[in-house]
Design a protein around this ligand. Structure first.
Ligand code: AMP
Length: 171
């Protein structure tokens, strides 16, 4: 598999001091890298009979929508509270300072749907843990989690249950 890390730009102290931000726009802006990244994620899960790709607000939507199209699945957004117009379920998660809330439509997919969650970066794992909780709340069958990059030293994986997590880049 291609080394995608050369297309991720590390920006120290963005958006706050002490955070090393992984900027994925160089990857998205390169037609070959973007295509191959989506293909690499798709090929890992194409034999798994996925029904729906769930994308996480906001950069996760870009990859998740492309992946859903490639896998011929439905696409479902998980959004920050106050953005989804219909009845939602909510999950609270910890930020560095304070808490935030993610939401999903209550009718987003039917029970036992085979679900793939997709986001850009796994850091501390709070966002993904809340997203897993929402998929479980809807009684979806979570088949796996597809990511562009994982910051392994933050041990975000520890917050996720026993699910397959596939990242194109580990750093
Ligand atoms: P966390 O809940 O700490 O795992 O953070 C994951 C979410 O926040 C993802 O949706 C990322 O888009 C964003 N994020 C957190 N840390 C970073 C980082 N260092 N670089 C880029 N995105 C990040």
């Amino acid at each position: 598999m291609r080394d995608f890390s050369e297309y991720i730009r590390d920006l120290p102290d963005f958006p706050d001091a002490g955070i090393l931000f992984k900027d994925i726009t160089p990857l998205l802006g390169n037609k070959t890298a973007f295509h191959e990244a989506v293909e690499a994620l798709a090929s890992r899960f194409e034999s798994k009979a996925i029904d729906v790709v769930v994308g996480i607000d906001a950069r996760g939507f870009i990859l998740a929508a492309a992946l859903a199209y490639r896998l011929r699945t439905a696409f479902v957004p998980i959004r920050k509270r106050g953005k989804l117009p219909y009845a939602t379920y909510e999950a609270t998660y910890e930020l560095e300072y304070g808490m935030d809330i993610l939401t999903i439509h209550q009718d987003a997919f039917s029970k036992q749907s085979r679900v793939l969650i997709c986001d850009d970066v796994l850091a501390t794992g709070g966002t993904l843990a809340a997203s897993v909780e929402l998929v479980e709340r809807l009684e979806g069958e979570l088949v796996g989690i597809a990511l562009l990059a994982e910051l392994t030293e933050l041990e975000g994986r520890e917050k996720i249950g026993d699910y397959e997590i596939f990242s194109l880049i580990e750093s």
